[in-house]
Write a protein that binds this ligand. Sequence first.
Ligand SMILES: [Zn+2]
Ligand SMILES: [Zn+2]
Length: 391
Amino acid sequence: METDCAQMQERLSNLRRTIHKCPELGFQEIETGKLIAKTLSDLGLEVQTNVNKTGVVGVLKGAKPGRTIAFRADMDALPIQELNETPYKSQKPNVMHACGHDGNTTILLGTAMLLCQQKDSLCGNVKFIFQPSEEAPPGGAKGMIEEGVLENPKVDAVVGVHVDTDHPIGKASVRFGAHTANADRIHIVIKGRGGHAAQPHKCVDPIYISAMVIQAIHGLPSRFVDPVEPFVVTLGKISGGDTFNVIPNDVEILGTVRTVTTETQDRVLEQIRLIVETIPKTYNGEGTIEVRRGYPVCINDAGISSLIQECCEAELGEDTVSVGTTPSMGGEDFAYFAQKVPSSVLMVGVRNEELGMVYPWHHARFDMDERGLVIGAKCLARIATTFLCRD
Ligand SMILES: [Zn+2]
Ligand SMILES: [Zn+2]
């Protein structure tokens, strides 16, 4: 058994490193998809490729009939220049698996390897969904669902998996309730009338007006939303003006609004629109806003979260699974699966202080303790067998 485990570790580390060396951006996951499809078909799974462009789906049919559980991993990388100096560092300039989707993908492949060995005793099916383009909205999940990934066989539950450097190796976590937030984008333009810096009374200064608008928007969390409800607004980019002695014509502001209920989402976006349209008017300017709704809030199903907790504790031991009830305010298009069938996300701890694997997602030094690959695969395999043997 121990050599089995060492072999599996080596196999999964190698797979992950192959994917890590050749990262691909959203909807360009050609080589990654080929590697996935080959690994799955070598295991004897039915494989479907080009699902929503570059997605790959594998189905493992158990010997006996039963329900179907699906696992989902995302496969895309980010436009980041890797700063790690490892033998398996990214070979592509400005593209890097900085969110660990190489790990998520490998965990699913490992799960397929483990479950293949138990095929004869499986009651039902396991579907492996390798999804393109999680990082760039509109994302790859929606299109896969539209192409029927949750049908034939019909999927009864979906479990997502994500490696996580917030939790140490050997630990896992799962949330009850909201997993991630509604992640919407706003684009504001404040129009004024430019002129000489020494004659502001003959101009309409959009920089001054922007300051009022920004102030008002940042008042929303403290004065407008229930203090115990998660809500964040960040204005991440502001641009306007060229030099110290000229009042510019306009200012552009980009930001993001994160909420966990549709009611607050609608109220807050409407209030921001009012602020943007009315405050500039008071100063003879004009404000316009464009809202782009992003991924919706991802709600984990309590039953599936319990199943994840139970199986991970059985696999990893007591007190290894931390249970959260507050969401990450990030966005995640796994939300679209969760809207259709009971779903939840397993977070696999891959932090290792000694090895310096401590950097957060989307950091140019992100790396993971690869023992998490085997751990993740074992947990998912146990989740599958537990789910399928229950009615
Ligand atoms: Zn990410
Ligand atoms: Zn991610």
